[in-house]
Structure formats: structure tokens, C-alpha cells
Design a protein around this ligand. Structure first.
Ligand code: NAD
Ligand code: DAU
Length: 343
């Protein structure tokens, strides 16, 4: 079995690549990533020489490049993680979000149609459902909740979801879609809430909380997301959408305070800053369908997952410090510039 993973040098994609190589010693894993600012090849350095792993630095919008990879590698399963993923950046500059998240998805599915695959899986997000009010804790996103997006990021992901489902209905492409809540864990890029707060706290820098910090997110340990996708690509029903989430809702401010406490840093570092435009109030996933149909349940409790995550950032300071300094962007040229033909 050959699994092609796009966006495998990013946060969730890299965790998924590690998971697949660990769990399926007979699978080949092909990683396609253009190494945007969010992709970090040093994340994958421990597996670059793995006999079942191949890395291509290719943009998913590059049709000719993607077709060449399909011809050479003949993937059975494609899992599309590659995306512009940061809401704040989409508010600054929406265009690249539309290109990668929508048109890139189209290129990947066209390649799947042309060369044939057994499954195309689209990694989507709970943000396509918009948000829920804080005073209705009884409400959750189900797969039937209408699409109702807030940011250019979520609108681009929703457009991609609709396109994916249209390729199923119109062309019979064997697709699945998953919509997951907020992930946290190792290799999370330090511009997102949890790693940013850990890095800033460790450097005694201000901790910028948007608005009053009352917005609620539903946090899931990244390994649990990877396991859910693994189940969906092997046993999920073609044409279906699966919500993924662990019923772990937390206010932003409580997460930041918890990080301060765990690191022995004063809450006086917390600085309330201007709110995000169009800021979604609350996300909350109902994961009943994936539980009932595929037996998935999250395994890592937040109290344990956040401790593991903080420990990982303490032990892997070099990984995030080179990101903050910008040095990681030279890593590719330094390590692989003249070395490898396949890259
Ligand atoms: P990330 O930003 O950490 O990683 C994205 C990766 O995609 C990077 O390695 C980047 O280089 C690569 N990439 C971007 N544009 C590309 C292009 N045009 N061609 C090839 N590669 C490209 O993102 P993440 O947090 O790991 O999210 C991965 C996927 O999961 C995204 O589709 C996102 O929408 C979805 N998702 C994320 C979360 C979350 O909490 N982070 C939750 C639910 C869903
Ligand atoms: O819900 C899934 C989504 O989760 C994914 O689709 C996105 O790709 C992923 O980035 C994440 O989106 P969020 O916008 O929820 O994540 P972020 O870490 O950017 O912000 C989490 C919350 O913290 C949000 O309410 C904004 C707030 N925040 C964020 C940052 C970076 C702050 O208060 N201060 C900050 O500095």
C-alpha cells in the first residue's frame, strides 16, 4: 500500500506520517509539501532515510509536478493535509488561501481521477460550521450542521469540502472528509495559541490574549486526530463526512493561565490585545458518528496531553527557537540543496 500525504512537513501532517510509518511497516509513505513558512523539513529529519519514505518538495497547485509524482509513485490512498491553516493570516491576505486550499485540492483530486486511487481523504476543519453561542452549551456541530463560515480560511476550507463531495457525486471519486476540532501536541507551529503561549512564557514575553479570552475551543491531542484519519481511510464509508473531536472545551484564558502555572510563570505576563476580526466564539464537535460507525474515541485526556506537549516544547527548544529566529527556512538548502534528487 502506498499512501501519499500532502502537507506532511506541517504540524498534523508530520504527526500522521510518523504514525503511519510506525503502525504499518509494509506501507510506503510519500510526502508532498512545498515547504511554506509553516512547513519545516527538520521535523522529518529522523525519517528522511527511512526505506519506506519519500519526500517531494512540490506545490499541490503545480499540476504537472503532481501528475509526475502520481506517475512515479502510483499512490493507493491520498490524504490531503496541505493548506494555509492560520485564520489570522487569512484575514491579512486571503488570496493564497483560495489558491492552495481550493485550487490545490482540485489538482490533487484531478490527479486521483487521472491515475486512479482507492481513496482520497480531505482533512477539513470544524470551522466550516461557523461558531456556536456561549450561552447554549447544549449545542454541538454534527455532520448535518449547515456550513456557515466566518473567515477567509474557513470559507476556503468549506469550498474545498463542497468540491470534494461534488467529485464523489459527479465523477464517482472515492472520497471521505473529516472535520476536526483544534489540535495540540508536538511540532505545532509557534504562531498558534498553545505553542505561542508556551514559547513566549518560556522567554518571559507578553502573552497576547485576543479580546477577553472567553472564546471556547474544543482541544484534541494530535495523535488522536491521526488515529481517527487512519480509521477513516481504511474503514470509513465513501462519500461520507466524519466529525472528530474529544468533548474538551476550554476558554482561551484558562489555557493560558494553565500554561503559566505549569511553567511557573506569573499571570502578569498575560496581555489583553485587540480581538480577531470576525472571531468565532465557540467550537464544539459531536463525534457520535465516528464513534458509532468506526469505534473511534480519543485516548489522551487534556490534563495528560497538555503536560506531554509542554514537556515536548521544553525538550525541543531548538526546534521552535529556529522557527522564531527564521533559521529553519535555510534548513532545506543546507541539508538537501545538492544532496537528493527526489527532493
Ligand atoms: P500547518 O500550517 O502546520 O501545515 C500545513 C503544511 O502544508 C505545511 O507543511 C505547508 O508547507 C504545507 N503546504 C501549504 N501550502 C502548500 C501547497 N500549496 N503545496 C504543498 N504543501 C503546502 O497546518 P496543520 O495545523 O498541520 O493543518 C493541517 C490540515 O489540517 C489543514 O488542512 C487544516 O485545515 C486542517 N486542520 C487543522 C487543525 C488544527 O488544529 N491545526 C484542526 C482541524 C483541521
Ligand atoms: O478548529 C480547528 C482550527 O483550529 C483549524 O482549522 C485551524 O487550522 C487552526 O489554526 C485552529 O484555528 P484557531 O483560530 O482556533 O487557532 P489559533 O491557535 O489561531 O487560535 C485559538 C484561539 O486562541 C482563538 O480563539 C484565537 C485565540 N488566540 C490566538 C492567538 C494566536 C489568542 O487569543 N491569542 C493569540 O496570540
Amino acid at each position: 500500500m502506498t499512501v501519499l500525504v500532502t502537507g506532511g512537513a506541517g504540524f498534523i501532517g508530520s504527526n500522521f506520517v510518523f504514525h503511519m510509518l510506525r503502525k504499518y511497516p509494509n506501507y510506503r509513505v510519500i510526502c508532498v509539501d512545498s515547504l511554506t513558512y509553516a512547513g519545516n523539513l527538520s521535523t522529518l529529519k529522523s525519517i528522511m532515510d527511512h526505506p519506506n519514505f519519500v519526500f517531494y518538495r512540490t506545490n499541490i497547485c503545480d499540476r504537472a509536478g503532481i501528475y509526475q509524482i502520481f506517475e512515479a509513485e502510483k499512490p493507493d490512498i491520498v490524504v490531503n493535509f496541505a493548506a494555509e491553516s492560520h485564520v489570522d493570516r487569512s484575514i491579512e491576505n486571503p488570496e493564497i488561501f483560495l489558491q492552495t486550499n481550493i485550487l490545490g485540492t482540485q489538482v490533487m483530486m484531478d490527479a486521483c481521477r487521472k491515475y486512479g486511487i482507492t481513496r482520497y481523504h480531505q482533512v477539513s476543519t470544524d470551522e466550516v460550521y461557523g461558531d456556536l453561542p456561549l450561552d447554549r452549551p447544549d449545542l454541538f456541530f454534527t455532520e448535518e450542521t449547515p456550513i456557515h463560515t466566518s473567515s477567509p480560511y474557513s470559507a476556503s476550507k468549506a469550498a474545498a469540502d463542497l468540491l470534494v463531495l461534488s467529485y464523489y457525486r459527479t465523477f464517482g471519486l472515492p472520497v471521505t472528509v473529516s472535520r476536526c476540532s483544534n489540535n495540540y501536541g508536538p511540532y505545532h507551529f509557534p504562531e498558534k495559541l498553545i505553542p505561542l503561549m508556551i514559547a513566549n512564557a518560556l522567554n518571559d514575553k507578553p502573552l497576547p490574549v485576543y479580546g477577553e479570552g472567553l472564546n471556547v475551543r474544543d482541544w484534541l491531542y494530535v495523535e488522536d486526530h491521526c488515529k481517527a484519519i487512519d480509521l477513516i481511510i481504511h474503514s470509513g464509508k465513501v462519500g461520507e463526512v466524519y466529525n472528530i473531536g474529544g468533548h474538551n472545551e476550554m476558554k482561551n484564558i484558562d489555557i493560558v493561565k494553565l500554561i503559566c502555572k505549569a511553567l511557573g510563570k506569573p499571570e502578569t505576563l498575560i496581555t489583553y490585545v485587540a480581538d480577531r476580526k470576525g472571531h468565532d466564539m465557540r467550537y464544539a464537535i459531536d463525534p457520535t458518528k465516528i464513534h458509532n460507525e468506526l469505534g473511534w474515541l480519543p485516548e489522551t485526556k487534556f490534563v495528560d496531553g497538555i503536560q506531554k506537549t509542554i514537556q515536548w516544547y521544553l525538550e525541543n527548544r531548538e526546534w521552535w527557537e529556529t522557527i522564531i529566529s527564521g533559521e529553519y527556512q535555510n534548513y532545506y538548502e543546507r541539508m538537501y540543496g545538492e544532496k537528493r534528487e527526489s527532493i
